[in-house]
Design a protein around this ligand. Structure first.
Ligand code: HEM
Ligand code: CA
Ligand code: CA
Length: 384
């Protein structure tokens, strides 16, 4: 029966969403492939649970009363339905294929890693990790990509997913979702940059909606006060500690001047430069961004010390006034986040462990499984 450590919970939910039906001979006789009314589903579930647990009605009752049916049909918040060997039969080499495309791309375009990590973050925060962020706008639909906050996502990040998808399609046409490819690419790039390896569950399906208006309320902005940032992450299921750990992603990559220029040019009535910035760093930022309005592509490294290495130096910078975004500075200034930021500054393995775990959690956010969504033929358009 292949019970994992989570016992009935895993088997039943996998069975309901129809993923492991063939491997699990006991579970699924009665579950129709459509969406049965909830009452019917409850009956069928109780019956299956009874079978699973040798007819123990107590266990079955406990299980059914806890089972979140509604999540199962409208997406899935904790990765049930995904598995680490999802493509073992249908596309056994998927991880290797994605890995080699990603390596090749990162060597040729070193901005790929940070861009792809941010792309993945912005995907998972808006209607789950479902590749909704990859969809291109059409005359009929303005997609997430065109939201202001997503315009700075670099082309290289989209490109690496498209390339990996093309390579995967050659071996296993129509099988692997763009959402899984993006998750794999982001993970591999973190590792390539020197960061922690974390396990990825696969089996995400691609979303069939992408709307520009869904982006803004779901993505953090560097000008948000810490309370707002904490609340936003909390609304996505992340603790303060997980937020601090995830934001350690700013150990690689860039910020465009427009995101922080006010901190060095026009900070407040009494001072033009944010006094929490290291003064020499503030001067450097001023010089770097001198012409940013006429040249809006001007950017600076998020971690001035080790901009392309995934390490804990980002946190060390914060204590020295070297945080580029106001939200970065907030991580060390606010009493609710400071302890974590200080710990990660001195303990890289604690950071890596927390980051890996938080990424695993991010990567299963509201994933679509079973009959929900589709496997896109190309990552920038719905199958339609
Ligand atoms: C407090 C929460 C966060 C805020 C306010 C924030 C905001 C930003 C901003 C404004 C940029 C600059 C983008 C640009 O100008 O091109 C940026 C870059 C970046 N962010 Fe965040 N971010 C947050 C958390 C995260 C998290 C949780 C991740 C990933 C797990 C992430 C990954 C990145 C990466 C990798 C870059 C560099 C992108 C590149 O070089 O192209 N950020 N972030
Ligand atoms: Ca999404
Ligand atoms: Ca770094």
């Amino acid at each position: 029966m292949g019970h994992g450590t989570r016992g009935w919970d895993k088997d039943i939910s996998n069975a309901i969403i129809g993923l492991k039906v063939r491997q699990c001979p006991y579970t699924l006789f009665g579950i129709p492939s459509g969406f049965p009314p909830l009452d019917a589903a409850r009956d069928v579930l109780s019956a299956s649970l009874g079978v699973l647990h040798g007819g123990n009605p107590l266990l079955a009752h406990f299980a059914t009363s806890k089972l979140p049916y509604f999540n199962i049909y409208f997406g899935n918040f904790d990765g049930r339905g995904l598995s680490s060997n999802y493509y073992a039969k249908s596309c056994p080499n998927v991880a290797t294929i994605v890995g080699s495309v990603v390596t090749d791309k990162q060597i040729r375009s070193p901005t790929t890693a940070a861009g792809t990590l941010r792309l993945f973050f912005h995907d998972c925060l808006v209607s789950g990790c479902d590749a909704s962020v990859l969809i291109s706008s059409t005359p009929f639909n303005r997609a997430e990509r065109d939201a202001d906050i997503n315009l700075s996502l670099p082309g290289d990040a989209f490109d690496v997913v498209v390339r990996a998808k093309t390579a995967v399609e050659l071996q296993c046409p129509g099988v692997v979702s763009c959402a899984d490819i993006l998750a794999l690419a982001a993970r591999d790039l973190v590792v390539m940059a020197g960061g922690p390896f974390y396990q990825l569950q696969l089996g995400r399906r691609d979303g069939v909606h992408s709307s520009v208006s869904s982006v803004e309320p779901n993505i953090p902005k560097p000008t948000m006060p810490m309370t707002q940032l904490i609340n936003l992450f909390a609304s996505k299921g992340f603790s303060v500690q997980e937020m601090v750990a995830l934001t350690g992603a700013h150990t690689i990559g860039f910020s465009h001047c427009k995101e922080f220029a006010y901190r060095v040019f026009n900070y407040s009535k009494s001072t033009s430069v944010d006094p929490t910035l290291n003064p020499r760093f503030a001067d450097a930022l001023k010089r770097a961004c001198a012409n940013y309005e006429t040249n809006p592509t001007t950017s600076v490294f998020n971690d001035v010390m080790t901009p392309s290495k995934f390490d804990n130096v980002y946190y060390q910078n914060l204590g020295r006034g070297l945080g580029v975004l106001a939200s970065d500075r907030g991580m060390i200034q606010d009493a609710r986040t400071r302890g974590y930021a200080e710990m990660y500054a001195t303990n890289q393995s604690a950071f890596f462990e927390a980051f890996g775990r938080a990424m695993e959690k991010l990567s299963v956010r509201e994933v679509k499984v079973g009959g929900v969504g589709e496997i896109r033929r190309r990552c920038d358009a719905f199958n339609g």
